[in-house]
Design a protein around this ligand. Sequence first.
Ligand code: NDP
Length: 481
Amino acid sequence: MRFEYAPAPESRSVVTLRDSYGLFIGGEFVAGSSVFKTISPATEEVLAEVTHAGPEDVDRAVAAARQAYERVWSVMPGRERGKYLFRIARLLQERARELAVLETMDNGKPIRESRDVDIPLAAAHFFYHAGWADKLGYAGFGPSPRPLGVVGQVIPWNFPLLMLAWKIAPALACGNTVVLKPAETTPLTALVFAEICQQADLPSGVVNIVTGDGSTGQLLVAHPGIDKVAFTGSTAVGKEIARACAVSGKRLTLELGGKAANVVFDDSPVDQAVEGIVNGIFFNQGHVCCAGSRLLVQESIADELLSALKRRMTTLRLGDPMDKNTDIGAINSRPQLDKIQELTASGEAEGAERWSAPCPLPDRGFWFPPTVFTGVSAAHRIAQEEIFGPVLSVLTFRTPAEAIEKANNTPYGLSAGVWTEKGSLILWMASRLRAGVVWANTFNRFDPAAPFGGYKESGFGREGGRHGLEAYLDVLGGSDV
Ligand code: NDP
């Protein structure tokens, strides 16, 4: 049965957009060298003008962070730092609706996801790390671990505010100051976060936000005044950053791409597995580094599972991300849509079979329908490369050993999923999957207390949990490059 839904649009009026936004340096919004425009990927309308930070702007931001580090933040007792983090967490909650709407406008993701996932998790990260600020001596890194200094952080566009929280909350809790560069296509929630720092009376220079494109990121990570670099984004840029930081004495953590296997055994409840597969690959349009982009299904249930999956996919609602009933929003940018189109074309050219859910695409904006490829072999590009879109590649296996071999057969190792009723099989698989996170009978679950990070070309270092603190403290055994 097909349900008809009346429109349920969230109100844009909860957001007051400025015409233009400056850089946030030393506690104030300041002008920079040039400007660029940020658009809504769902409508292509210009939302605001944002400042592009050049070399002098990055210099100023790093100097402000250094001063704040030396004079205020590194010498402040942890319990006092914690109070600021708690205050920021509460302000994120108070302004949650505004932030969710703004995130959806700038990113294109469904309001249901920004409202229920991105913003609550961002606040949770600040609450969690606020609790650590005065307990670092009990975190297992010696009695009085020291901060590293000034941290340069570069984040992507898929979870703009949440990635900011993953970066800034632990850095500040550990006594570091930061200069953060948000992605060019999604700078707006980071700039509202800057307002929140002002509201929280955070000492000037503890958080600095420099907007811009990849060249601003390059300036930041190569800056000699930075003690540590934290990056989330593509593996190609991650490698470039690793080279730029080599032999500089800077600490480095990289959270890069993924090509996760979601492995479904023949004893799993099919309907539950289908929900997990849909959540694994279609959540956030598949713009998720740990997305379950490869479905490995046991051969004996492949036909049954694929029919159920396609049936479920026909019920997904694609369209206006501001509508509370929308499941699939817009692709974040034209270049990202081009990349998805190029990779899916290669899938067909290499002999895989494409099936897309029959949903009409809006005329304006960037859109791609939820799509499944069958007849995929491990050598196909769509089985090896990160598509970063709502595209699932399906492979089959017969035995657990074959599942492990196929699951591990990519350059990545960020996450994986296992679906079976047998606890012993879950443990057997989890101990052999080369992935930083393994979900069992669920997918895409996040918690600030759980460390997240990769193996192989998915990067190194962990974010979240006690392990994540290590990346921001001067402890033996860190990932110096
Ligand atoms: P990038 O890795 O290019 O971007 C991530 C961040 O790094 C952005 O803030 C970007 O700036 C910045 N950046 C770009 N080049 C440099 C550089 N040389 N030095 C320092 N910082 C830099 O990802 P894209 O947005 O270009 O996406 C390309 C592909 O990367 C996607 O198709 C997807 O496959 C993958 N990706 C993976 C992510 C993950 O979480 N694993 C997240 C995002 C993308 P700006 O965007 O402003 O130019």
